[in-house]
Design a binder for this molecule. Structure first.
Ligand code: NAG
Length: 442
């Protein structure tokens, strides 16, 4: 009963907004259309970018970048991509470093051969306000942002975005993202034609996810036996993070983390323990999931292509973007004071309710990530499947439960899987969108 009332109210609101919006069925004269991004090669798909106001009275607006699918966009689904952090940019990380059509290289943009817009219309949202080009004119907002507020704004965004792009309204919608996400966002799924959710290296349950780090580091030969022991008993990682964000770091946790940090060394990339290239922007979103004592932090990357590119005035003008309240665009927000204790709220239950409602969920792990290691995700997905009474239908490298819950690892991939394994990630993405069996090896 309640759900249908909510649904009616939202549809009505959407209809009203649509009536008032200027966006027609075809977007040829759409105000948000990008004529060309500086340095981009010629392409056969259209791009849009701009703002959607989510709160008029507070003048809060969220920035998006939308790359239509290459070839026959009308027949392809819509995918909303969200990066985590919380507080990091889906445009900077997702679109320009991971699965978008281009990657910045010097003054130019080069094509990403494995861009996900080959398969879908890709919508990248910078959320919440305070991240990237998204802003709140009233900056007192930044001091009290949490999951609830973010989810609310995201929902308003999506509804209003659909009224700006009405021809996508009834399209199959998938939501994909990595790291720290609010799956709650989709609770009112009736409003949208939601067909599936893909979560990469997600935080599903704080303690299980974070505490799987010790074993991952130990089994990859990155910490000693004795350090593994204290990291699992004296102070485990969930306790450390919990104390850290409460500003009450105990001497024992401080000692244990210093030891762990010394052994894993500055030169092992925690987000891909086998990778050794400069990927500072890609890393930033996870810094928050892996707080480090300041003295241990080292900036290995002097230059960051995405940061340079998105801070160019000509690029900002092509994107219809502007800086509000900050002097530079940055990968992860410098103004936002997110309520990080929200990390402790489990999202695995929401995954359960989505699966119960018949929405397919895919959890995938880049298998070289030590920040949210595959072992924790695998345990949580397996536990959920058991709870739901779902039987394994495919075993082995990928694991499928019933017909709505899957777990896969991407070989050789980092926390940001499409960054380090673009081809394998695209193969997985294709199978997921089409509802095909996951490839056995990739
Ligand atoms: C982590 O530490 C906390 C606090 O000491 C404890 O309650 C919890 O059981 C530990 N978890 C694991 C997996 O060891």
């Amino acid at each position: 009963m309640r759900a249908s009332v909510v649904w009616m109210v939202l549809t009505m609101a959407a209809a009203v907004l649509q009536h008032c919006s200027s966006g027609g069925g075809d977007h040829s004269s759409h105000p948000d259309m990008i004529s060309e991004l500086p340095g981009q090669p010629p392409v056969g798909f259209r791009q849009f970018a701009g703002y959607i106001t989510v709160d008029e009275s507070k003048e809060r607006a969220l920035f998006y970048y939308f790359a239509e699918a290459e070839g026959d966009p009308l027949s392809k689904p819509l995918v909303l991509w969200l990066n985590g952090g919380p507080g990091c940019s889906s445009v900077g990380v997702g679109a320009f470093s991971e699965n978008g059509p281009f990657r910045p290289s010097g003054q130019m943009l080069v094509r990403n051969e494995y861009s996900w817009n080959r398969e879908a219309n890709m919508l990248y949202l910078e959320s919440p306000a305070g991240v990237g080009f998204s802003y709140s004119a009233d900056d007192s907002y930044y001091g009290r942002v949490d999951d609830r507020l973010t989810a609310r704004d995201n929902l308003v965004f999506l509804r209003r975005w659909f009224s700006k792009f009405p021809r996508y309204k009834d399209r199959d919608l998938f939501i994909a993202g990595e790291s720290y996400l609010m799956v709650q966002f989709n609770k009112r799924r009736n409003v949208f034609n939601l067909k599936g959710i893909a979560l990469g290296n997600p935080v599903l349950e704080f303690a299980t996810d974070f505490n799987s780090r010790a074993e991952f580091l130990w089994s990859h030969g990155l910490i000693s036996d004795s350090t593994y022991r204290v990291f699992s008993s004296a102070c485990n990682y969930s306790r450390y993070v919990s104390e850290y964000y409460r500003g009450s770091l105990s001497p024992v946790c401080s000692r244990v983390m210093t030891q762990v940090t010394r052994e894993t060394s500055r030169f092992v990339d925690k987000y891909d323990v086998t990778l050794d290239v400069c990927i500072s922007s890609v890393l930033s979103q996870s810094k928050i999931l892996a707080p480090q004592q300041v003295a241990e932090r080292i900036d290995v990357c002097v230059e960051d292509e995405t940061v340079n590119y998105l801070n160019r005035k000509d690029v900002q003008s092509a994107l219809h973007a502007r800086l509000d309240g900050v002097s530079r665009w940055s990968v992860c927000s410098s103004v936002l004071e997110y309520d990080f204790l929200n990390l402790e709220i489990p999202t695995i239950n929401v995954v359960g309710s989505l699966v119960r409602a018949g929405i397919p969920v895919l959890v995938y792990s880049g298998d070289q990530d030590s920040v949210i290691p595959l072992t924790g995700s695998r345990t949580l997905v397996q536990r959920l499947a058991e709870e739901l009474g779902m039987k394994t239908t495919v075993g082995g490298w990928t694991q499928v439960y019933g017909n709505a819950l899957s777990f896969a690892t991407i070989r050789g991939a980092s926390h940001e899987a499409p960054f380090s394994q673009p081809e394998r990630s695209l193969v997985l993405f294709q199978a997921f969108l089409r509802g095909n069996p996951l490839p056995e090896t990739f």
